[in-house]
Design a protein around this ligand. Structure first.
Ligand code: FAD
Length: 521
């Protein structure tokens, strides 16, 4: 039924290598479909590397009665923790409370729901805390917060390396037979009998025609552009673009916990420990109509985010402290909400075609957190339209590449790697195992020390790691490596980017054809 070999039609041509395209590619390839994914830039170049990086139910969505979304997201938290314990880990959130905010009973009720909407095995329940000495002891946040914040709450969610989650899904899809082509853009597609005939522009600038039984429009902020360019019907569903920005400042406090801070405008802003030495502050909600590829933070957003934290912390944050910022565009399903923060974060899947028409599935909205369920739902909707049985979902119980650690126990796995590699700095091994999980061994090989891993470009980034990223993770440029496959851009000395670019040109570009398809992960 499935798995027609190319150059005949592929079952699915997926447009977009963000989390939704990569998640659908993985699920579909595992169900035996032949899949090609095209991404116009690098994997996770856009919204999927610009998130707050939380795998969370979304406490604030309870206020909008988004119970379906919150429950699904809460269930996904623990599943994803088990599937990828290297890039996803628990994080405690501190919610300082004062009389000016939502009443304490309301917060308590929201947290009670948050604790009980889905089964929790690994994450602790919420609790009330004091920021001054009292019967329940003092939370370490006491020394960070201004003295008049005396009470609050804590609850747990998870952190995720968002762009790595995308890459791991693409790797897993490739290992199950999917073709992943980065720097490859869909130019046009039109129905030709029962298949789509799609024109793509390859990484080398050439044009190719691909035929496909179904098209998956997972183009994120470009979903509408793809739809309006094609002679297809989408039942009038539309997308609303909402910009969100983050600032990164030098670490504001010690300790592995984050803050959720309520602003006078009722929006919330997170302050999260980031990359050991930094604090990540975000986000904003600004209606957006320009080109999603060129979205950037405005001075007003920087000031808003700085003030959000200064309102709570003893030591204020100023825009001058910002070491880096990033912005992304949320491609939200337009539910006609009045303000940008209230637009639903749930996803809507639109399927057209069937019979003599080739199928088209378009993805509106979604969250990093719910990508796996979104992919499952997408295939359950799409396959019957393609005249096939959807079969059973399989993705919840299979680890992502590198996540196959015994009992999903990251700390024990890291301890074993450290014990077996005494010649390496522990900090380096920690970074490597966090990024690659069990696949770190492919980089370490038989090496006894860093010196055995080839040229070092800065920040302990070695040729062995760069080669691995090029060969297994579709990395092509210094930016791919320093900002999306890792966050080394925040740590490496000046000159690293140039050294890396020279190495990539000398060692890899000649060896890799411009439109190469990667070997499996
Ligand atoms: P994208 O990641 O944008 O992927 C779409 C891809 O399609 C792009 O890479 C683009 O290059 C490609 N493309 C477009 N047109 C073409 C074409 N013609 N040919 C080939 N490729 C094409 N979610 C959470 O769960 N937790 C959070 O903490 C969180 N925080 C967020 C904070 C902010 C500020 C934002 C903006 C979002 C946040 N989200 C969060 C939501 C989450 O990031 C998005 O829902 C998700 O990343 C969207 O993924 P996507 O695959 O739909 O889009």
């Amino acid at each position: 039924m499935f798995g027609s070999a190319q150059p005949g039609p592929v079952d699915l041509l997926i447009i977009g290598g963000g989390i939704n395209g990569a998640g659908i590619a993985r699920d579909a390839a595992g169900r035996g479909l032949s899949v090609m994914l095209v991404e116009q830039d690098d994997l996770a170049s856009h919204t999927s590397s610009a998130s707050t990086k939380l795998v969370h139910g979304g406490l604030r969505y309870l206020e909008y009665y988004e119970f379906r979304l919150v429950r699904e997201a809460l269930m996904e938290r623990e599943r994803l923790l088990t599937m990828a314990p290297h890039i996803i880990w628990p994080l405690q959130f501190v919610l300082p409370h004062s009389k000016a905010q939502r009443p304490a009973w309301m917060v308590r009720a929201g947290l009670f729901l948050y604790d009980h909407l889905a089964r929790r095995e690994r994450l602790p329940a919420s609790r009330a805390v004091r920021f001054c000495s009292g019967p329940t002891g003092m939370h370490p946040a006491s020394s960070v917060l201004q003295a008049h914040y005396r009470r609050g709450f804590t609850y747990a969610d998870c952190w995720v390396e968002d762009s790595r989650l995308v890459v791991l899904n693409a790797m897993d899809a490739a290992s199950r037979g999917a073709t992943i082509r980065t720097r490859t853009k869909l130019i046009s597609a039109h129905p030709e009998g029962a298949v789509w005939e799609a024109e793509i522009q390859t990484a080398g600038g050439g044009r190719e025609t691909v035929t496909a039984r179904a098209l998956v429009n997972a183009a994120g902020p470009w979903v509408g552009e793809i739809l309006s360019a094609k002679p297809v019907r989408n039942d009038g569903k539309t997308m609303r673009m909402v910009k969100g920005s983050h600032i990164i400042v030098k670490r504001l406090y010690e300790g592995h916990y984050a803050f959720i801070l309520q602003n006078p405008d009722k929006r919330i802003v997170f302050a999260v420990p980031y990359e050991q030495d930094f604090t990540l502050i975000g986000t904003t909600d600004i209606p957006y109509t320009d080109d999603p590829a060129t979205v950037t933070i405005s001075p007003e957003e920087t000031l808003y985010l700085s003030e959000s934290v200064s309102r709570y912390f003893r030591i204020p944050v100023t825009p001058a402290q910002v070491v880096r910022s990033y912005s992304g565009v949320r491609p939200l399903y337009d539910d006609h909400a009045k303000n940008a923060a209230a637009v639903t974060r749930d996803y809507v899947l639109d399927v057209t075609g069937g019979g003599s028409q080739p199928a088209l599935l378009s993805v509106f909205g979604g969250k990093i957190t719910t990508f796996r369920k979104l992919a499952e739902h997408a295939l359950e909707k799409l396959l019957p339209v393609m005249g096939s049985e959807p079969g059973k979902g399989w993705t919840s119980s299979i680890a992502l590449p590198g996540g196959d650690m015994k009992n999903a126990d990251f700390e024990s796995y890291l301890a074993s790697i450290i014990a077996n590699h005494p010649g390496f700095p522990e900090k380096y091994l920690h970074r490597l195992v966090r990024a690659y999980g069990t696949r770190a061994l492919q980089i370490l090989g038989q090496a006894a020390s860093l010196a055995d891993l080839g040229e070092e470009f800065g920040g302990h980034l070695t040729a062995a790691e760069v080669d691995y990223l090029v060969q297994h993770e579709w990395a092509r440029t210094a930016e791919d490596i320093l900002w999306r496959r890792s966050k080394l851009a925040l740590h490496v000395p000046a000159g690293t980017r140039e050294k890396l670019t020279a190495y990539l040109a000398a060692t890899h570009n000649a060896a890799i054809p411009a439109n190469h398809e990667m070997p499996t992960g």
